[in-house]
Ligand binder design. Structure first.
Ligand code: NAD
Length: 467
């Protein structure tokens, strides 16, 4: 049994959550340990069908919850997920094949290989900001690895949660069950034993998830967030840099875990960057972004209030552009502000369309500020100077480091996507998803004859002298 002094005992279950328990039981009952390639490919095909055949209803749900423009929904959620699944499908046979490895001479004669086994029944918990992609992309990895899955979509993006619950039941009910709901349901869910928990969201809940998993010694992957900084210097083309920063920041109205959180630069560079950022905002979203059909909305009134509360602390003369809100519409304008390194906007991950420009003395000073804080999920460096690239590469740590382009690294299936320290533990996408959701089992086969182990059997007389 689990050590009760480490983690508080689970709540008395006399109230009961029969739907939650039934969902877990069903997923567990559906697990088959030696699930073959054909079954896994069939499940991945059905996941693709789910996305393709329900594109409109998914796009509408994303528009309801996040005002997500259909093109953005395709680029960042539906199309993205289809690419991920197709990439996994293509490679799955190879990944599943046992990989022969050499044995050291001391073990000869023998043969050995590494084979990837499913873990069992895994839990995928997702947040609200990319509520389709962040459910379906880890789900693809979990199914490819042969697991059955319990999915917990975010209750904050309630429309998407309802649609996914219905569709996953219809297309993949034999191997995926969905639990909807908020804290009470999730708390109950986390009392169950899973073979892996894959959580995407914030660090506070991640601690709850990890503590709950610890009761069962269940391994976790934690995909978290934090303040992802940008460095811009005078060697770069500021106009293109501004376009890219504005794109990465204001996509999904800034509610992206790897969005540029703030820009660090010398006062001269920031002064030159300001008009380029204003220009880029107008290029992307028009003179009044409120009327743009390419600009999303904040997920809830509560989340909007958090952001406007932060902006209330910024003096008017430090607002470079934006700053206006329409609470009834959950709209917050793409906003650029000037901020001190220790200003109110620098305390927490902003997770909204607010971009502080933070003056520093030099690239070294920027590195000092970055390394004094939690390790970020992403670090973006805009420079043409190789020594500056090297400085950031060698002296900082982050989930990812990207030169001259935000966000793109997460679209490459060859790159692990994940954080380090406060920004998360573990990684996924492509092959990394397959290994995250598999157990790499060591297999050794040694013939009984000749019995070469005789040299190490006791009694050890004379053995030590020969070692
Ligand atoms: P959220 O509020 O939707 O929470 C995520 C999940 O945790 C949901 O399923 C929710 O039901 C569950 N949950 C919430 N409170 C809980 C509790 N008390 N006990 C148990 N479960 C609980 O989403 P969020 O955390 O606000 O998401 C935003 C955060 O996620 C940001 O920090 C962002 O950077 C991060 N994020 C990370 C990634 C990544 O891939 N690394 C992607 C997107 C978002």
């Amino acid at each position: 049994s689990a050590p009760t002094d480490l983690v508080p005992a689970p709540a008395d279950d006399s109230v009961g959550f029969p739907a939650v328990d039934a969902a877990v039981d069903r997923a567990r009952a559906g697990f088959v340990p030696d699930v073959d390639l054909a079954t896994r490919l069939d499940r991945l095909h059905r996941l693709e069908d789910l996305v393709r055949e329900n594109r409109t209803v998914l796009e509408q749900a994303l528009a309801t919850d996040l005002g997500k423009p259909p093109a953005e929904a395709w680029l960042t959620e539906l199309g993205f997920t289809l690419e991920e699944i197709a990439g996994i499908r293509k490679e799955l046979r190879r990944w599943m094949s046992p990989a022969r490895v050499t044995v050291p001479l001391s073990l000869a004669p023998a043969r050995s290989h590494v084979e990837h086994q499913p873990l069992g029944t895994v839990l995928v918990m997702a947040p609200w900001n990319y509520p389709v992609q962040l459910v379906l992309s880890p789900l693809a990895g979990a199914l490819a690895a042969g697991n059955t899955v319990v999915v917990k979509p975010s209750e904050v993006s309630a429309t998407v949660s309802g649609v996914l619950a219905e569709l996953l039941e219809r297309y993949l009910g034999d191997c995926v069950s969905v639990v909807e709901g908020g804290v009470p349901e999730t708390t109950r869910l986390l009392e169950h034993r899973f073979d892996h928990v894959f959580y995407t969201g914030n660090g506070t809940v991640a601690r709850i998830v990890m503590a709950a998993a610890a009761r069962h010694l269940t391994p976790v992957t934690l995909e978290l967030g934090g303040k992802s900084p940008v460095w811009v210097d005078g060697s770069t083309d500021l106009r293109t840099a501004a376009r890219r920063i504005v794109w990465g920041k204001f996509l999904n109205a800034g509610q992206t875990c790897v969005a540029p959180d703030h820009v660090l630069g010398t006062p001269e560079v920031l002064a030159a960057l300001e008009p380029e950022l204003v220009r880029a905002v107008a290029e992307h979203y028009g003179e009044d972004p409120y009327h743009s059909d390419s600009y999303g909305r904040i997920v809830s009134g509560r989340h909007l209030e958090r952001l406007t509360g932060l902006l209330d602390q910024v003096p008017a003369h430090d607002v470079v552009c934006g700053g206006t809100a329409e609470p009834g519409e959950r709209y917050l304008a793409p906003t650029v502000v000037r901020s001190a390194p220790d200003g109110p906007l620098m305390a927490e991950e902003l997770f909204g369309p607010v971009l502080p420009l933070v003056p520093v003395a030099s690239a070294e000073h920027a590195v000092e500020l970055i390394t004094a804080r939690d390790k970020p999920l992403a670090l973006y460096v805009f420079t043409e100077d190789r020594s500056v690239k090297e400085l950031f590469r060698r002296r900082t740590s982050s989930g990812a480091l990207s030169f001259n382009a935000p966000l793109l690294h997460l679209t490459s299936p060859e790159l692990p996507f994940g954080g380090v320290g406060e920004s998360g533990t573990g990684a996924y996408h492509g092959k990394f998803s397959f290994t995250t959701f598999s157990h790499a089992r060591a297999v050794l086969d040694k013939p009984l004859a000749p019995d070469t182990l005789r040299v190490v059997y006791p009694p050890y007389r004379g053995l030590r002298a020969r070692l």
